[in-house]
Write a protein that binds this ligand. Structure first.
Ligand code: P6P
Length: 337
């Protein structure tokens, strides 16, 4: 009956957000309008990513170098999101992985939200058809008349919403507005995101660890020990499976649905790890906590981190509550010695 209900009920992301809005009578619908512009951006990127392979193919067949004329997909996606967010009239500051500097919205279009985003994370995987995605986080800015950079450098726990849209075999948008996590799948025939994964909860413990083992020789002690325990567990328990796609949205989506742990640790070459705090670590950590999991930097709760620069990096360990607890214990033990 659940399937029937979904089919007849057709809970779209727009209806879901409007329902959420109705729980806050004081709200003026700004957030709903902002989100509808983010959803529009995701629909555009989904359709462009799906055509990318074909466009490339036609390019080769036509002897013209399509790539030369065509904008790289991540640049195109960034342009679309920046335009959609500015024209929503609900944002004052934008931080994008694609732009060195923050975008300060012109006074006439300023609104109360700061949006941090990676328009096409993992884009190096496009040519081989691996799933990639858009990651975003939303902060409220109290006084947005004269926005300043420090209003974008807030700890992740201040986010009012976060989510990602994964462009893979289907286009799935996973969103939290602070009261749980819901997944929506794009129905191309309707052009609507339909609720397909209501109230996602990550399993308390998982059987999968997800890390780039190629960096093993540069790991610090606790990470090395944790991965060792995954492969050679104490008597009586079975080893975990290794699953690593190399596209954060895909690795995190699998972790959210199946459980387990995703790690991008610090290493001797990159002491702050690789992933960016504002638009990779914070949104994914927000979602994990909202789904009953947790996220840790090796030193503290990821969402407590206060970034000093908009493209700052941090190590990250996120996923099932119990799995992250184990690596926290190993870092705590090292801190004591
Ligand atoms: P590595 C993709 O380039 C990305 O930014 C994330 O999507 C992904 O998790 C990570 O880098 C993969 O990095 O060093 O394992 O190739």
């Amino acid at each position: 009956h659940a399937a029937d209900a979904l089919r007849t009920d057709l809970m779209t992301i727009t209806r879901y957000v409007l329902n959420e809005q109705s729980k806050h009578p004081e709200s003026r619908g700004d957030f709903t309008i902002l989100l509808s512009h983010i959803v529009l951006g995701c629909k555009f990127v989904c359709s462009s990513v799906n055509k990318a392979g074909l466009a490339k193919l036609i390019g080769l067949a036509g002897e013209t170098n399509v790539q030369a004329k065509q904008k790289k997909l991540d640049v195109l996606s960034n342009d679309v999101f920046v335009k959609a967010l500015v024209s929503s009239g609900r944002t004052c500051i934008l931080v994008s992985e694609e732009d060195e500097e923050a975008t300060f919205v012109e006074p006439a279009l300023r609104g109360r939200y700061c949006v941090v985003f990676d328009p096409l994370d993992g884009s190096s995987n496009i040519d081989c058809g691996v799933s990639i995605g858009t990651i975003f986080g939303i902060y409220m800015v109290k006084d947005f008349t004269e926005p300043t950079l420090d209003q974008a450098l807030q700890p992740g726990k201040n986010m009012v919403a976060a989510g990602y849209c994964m462009y893979g075999s289907s286009c799935t948008l996973v969103l939290s507005t602070g009261s749980g996590v819901n997944g929506f799948t794009l129905d191309p025939s309707l052009g609507e995101f339909i609720l397909t994964h209501p109230d996602i909860k990550i399993p308390k413990k998982g059987k999968i660890y997800s890390v780039n083992e190629g960096n093993a020789k540069n790991w610090d002690g606790p990470t090395a020990k944790y991965v060792e325990n995954c492969k050679f567990p104490k008597e009586g328990s079975s080893p975990k499976s290794l699953r690593y796609i190399g596209s954060m949205v895909a690795d995190v989506h699998r972790t959210l649905l199946y459980g387990g742990i995703f790690l991008y640790p610090a290493d001797k070459k990159s002491p702050s790890g690789k992933l960016r705090v504002l638009y990779e670590v914070f949104p994914m950590s927000f979602l994990m906590e909202q789904a009953g999991g947790q996220a840790f930097t090796g030193k503290e709760r990821a969402l407590d981190l206060v970034p000093k620069k908009i493209h700052e990096r941090s190590p990250i360990f996120l996923g099932s509550y119990d799995d992250v607890e184990e690596i926290k214990a190993l870092y705590a033990a090292e801190a004591k010695n």
